[in-house]
Design a protein. Structure first.
Length: 333
């Protein structure tokens, strides 16, 4: 028997017939849609799922690209059921790309101004660049993550004149963290975690403001549970401090597309970058693919604060961009 004529997808000269190309296109589309659907399905279910879903959720807006590619395959394959699938995924992605969390102007008159800067200096490597940024931007409060021993020493030496008050968790590598302030600080218990997360209450021109540094573990494939627990502790800390105006800032290793981070926003805290219209500006990875990054460094504030002039700074020798935001504290609720 002539095998070429027996296979309906192959012509006598070995060229693929249109039916074979369409099946190939449909299979490619189905594979792309299945992968995107697994991630989007967890977003719909309000869960972070298991590896690799938490890692992919961080880059949820970029799932538009494989979805669009899948739609192109469905058109080439004339697979109309698949086209409906792809359009539904595009709609869900567009919905979830919208900013999450509360907004609104605080009530009461303004009573104090403060500028906040948060920076992950990557094992202390960007300490020099941070010191320059602090001198240039003149923040009132600085949250520093991954400030190991040499970083801590340099900050004491170079910034004690402008920021004489500090609360720190000393440690090597990524474990050290410090809050620097030009306002007097009253030490408070921080949030327990693998990496340091100190806390304090600042006297901001006669008004108590609770400061809490955030630096939970990242969602590494074998540490997703630990990442979720440490974000949960930050949420508990946010709930416990509702009676005091609060600034919770740092490297959260999470974006608004992570359910564990949204639980923190659900306590009533607001993302300062979002309040200023910069909620999707990427902060990591600043060194390798900044244009395709994700915002995991945040300044979260309670409803007593208004936020403006959120700006992101590129620091040499760090894989994170620093975030600076101007805050206005309003009286009463």
């Amino acid at each position: 028997m002539d095998t070429a004529t027996a296979d309906p997808t192959v012509t006598g000269d070995g060229a693929a017939r249109p039916g074979g190309k369409r099946r190939f296109g449909a299979w490619c589309a189905a594979l792309l849609f299945a992968g995107v659907s697994a991630v989007v399905g967890c977003r719909v279910a309000d869960t972070d799922g298991v590896t690799p879903v938490p890692q992919l959720l961080a880059f949820l807006p970029w799932l538009l690209l494989p979805t669009a590619a899948g739609l192109l395959f469905t058109l080439l394959a004339r697979w109309w059921t698949g086209a409906v699938w792809g359009v539904a995924l595009l709609g869900l992605l567009a919905w979830f790309i919208e900013p999450y969390g509360k907004t609104g102007e605080p009530t009461g008159p303004p009573v104090a101004e403060l500028r906040v800067l948060t920076s992950n200096v990557e094992f202390g490597q960007a300490t020099g660049a941070l010191i320059e940024a602090v001198r240039r931007e003149k923040p009132d409060v600085v949250f520093v993550q991954e400030c190991e021993y040499t970083c801590d020493t340099a900050l004491k030496r170079e910034l004690s004149g402008t920021h004489p008050h500090r609360q720190a968790v000393e440690g090597g590598g990524s474990e050290g963290s410090v809050i620097l302030s030009r306002f007097p600080l009253d030490a408070r218990d921080g949030v327990p975690g693998t990496m340091g997360m100190p806390g304090a209450v600042a006297d901001v021109d006669g008004h108590a403001v609770r400061l809490q540094l955030a630096h939970p573990m990242p969602p590494l494939p074998d540490q997703v549970g630990l990442w979720q627990r440490e974000l949960g502790r930050l949420r508990d800390a946010a709930v416990a401090g509702r009676d005091t105006p609060t600034v919770l800032a740092g490297d959260f290793n999470a974006s608004q597309d992570h359910a564990a981070f949204r639980r923190i926003l659900d306590t009533g805290l607001r993302d300062a970058a979002r309040l200023d219209g910069a909620d999707r500006t990427p902060t990591w990875p600043a060194r390798t693919t900044p244009a395709f990054g994700v915002q995991i460094d945040h300044v979260l504030v309670s409803e007593e604060f208004a936020a403006r002039r959120a700006r992101f700074l590129d620091l040499a020798d760090s894989d994170h961009r620093a975030l600076v935001v101007d805050l206005t504290l309003h009286a009463g609720r």
